[in-house]
Write a protein that binds this ligand. Structure first.
Ligand SMILES: NC(=O)c1ccc[n+]([C@@H]2O[C@H](COP(=O)([O-])OP(=O)(O)OC[C@H]3O[C@@H](n4cnc5c(N)ncnc54)[C@H](O)[C@@H]3O)[C@@H](O)[C@H]2O)c1
Length: 276
């Protein structure tokens, strides 16, 4: 391939001059997404309910020569969304990419799941994403505070496509994220807002949450012990489990112009899990 073609190919993935807001960016997948988008040239606002952890992510980005700020943000709080988006636009110069990454999981059989637990999972995983989409669309659309269109990426899961024992509330929440994404994508298209909306569906990823799902399988008696759980999870991923950066690379694609004709899509990063 000629140098020019290589450069043009890489250019499509560049985020120079763009501004991205990443929720749940204090650790795991969100922290890696923030680092990956910053490495591609975006100014990044890293937020997390655990403010100091988001601060660490922003500091690591700055240390590596990137541009980042951080803020404490609970994604279930609508007023906080309005404030963070206003802060992002004023301090980083716009809003082109929103990654709704913050999420929680709790494993129990449906007959043992309290309404409080179900509601908490729906509040963070669904209401949090809804609020992010709502306020990002307001800011990104023509005439909005940022006003130059953009790309919204919602973290769903393979658990948003197929059921899994012990994960009924989580599956319900991630399935809702999948269709919230598609409905918003076609609406933004119909209204010609210049905003794309896509969902990303990882399998089990090596993070605190991923470890909790693996140990939860043994705790609920779905497999005899932790070793068997690890073995089962391995066989569930024909080409192997993902690391956070595998998910971050998919998010970079959806954030960039390389995916400019992709909207309402569900991008699997699951090592082949859902294809079985
Ligand atoms: N790890 C996996 O196996 C896996 C698989 C599929 C999808 N996902 C999804 O990817 C996303 C990230 O997962 P992860 O594995 O990095 O999880 P994680 O638990 O390691 O990290 C989640 C982050 O979100 C933050 N957070 C939690 N509640 C919040 C709230 N109310 N407001 C703001 N921030 C909040 C936490 O403080 C934490 O920093 C989640 O949406 C998750 O459902 C994860």
């Amino acid at each position: 391939m000629s140098t020019t073609a290589t450069e043009a190919g890489m250019q499509a993935f560049a985020l120079s001059g763009k501004v991205a807001l990443v929720t749940g960016a204090g650790r795991g997948i969100g922290a890696q997404i923030a680092r990956r988008l910053a490495a591609a040239g975006a100014g990044v606002m890293a937020t997390d309910i655990d403010g100091p952890s988001a601060e660490e992510t922003a500091a690591a980005i700055a240390q590596a020569g990137g541009t980042a700020q951080s803020a404490a943000q609970d994604v279930t709080d609508e007023a906080a969304w309005e404030a963070i988006i206003a802060q992002t636009v004023s301090q980083l110069g716009g809003l082109d990419v929103l990654v709704n990454n913050a999420g929680i999981e709790s494993m129990s059989f449906v007959a043992d799941t309290s309404l409080d637990t179900f509601r908490r999972i729906m509040a963070v995983n669904v209401e949090g994403v809804f609020l992010g989409v709502k306020h990002a669309v307001r800011a990104m659309r023509p005439g909005g505070a940022a006003g130059r269109g953009g790309s919204i990426i919602n973290l769903s899961s393979v658990a948003g496509l197929v059921g899994s024992p012990g994960l009924s509330a989580y599956c319900a929440s991630k399935g809702a994220v999948r269709l919230l994404t598609k409905a918003t994508a076609v609406e933004c298209g119909a209204l010609q807002l210049g905003i794309r909306v896509n969902s990303v569906h990882p399998g089990v990823v090596r993070t605190d949450m991923g470890a909790s799902v693996v140990s939860g399988m043994a705790r609920l008696g779905l497999v005899p012990d932790a070793e068997a759980a690890e073995g089962l999870v391995q066989t569930m991923h024909p080409i192997g489990m993902s690391e956070p950066d595998d998910v971050a690379q998919a998010v970079l694609f959806l954030a960039s112009e390389a995916s400019r004709r992709t909207t309402g899509a569900e991008l699997l990063v699951d090592g082949g899990m859902a294809a079985q």
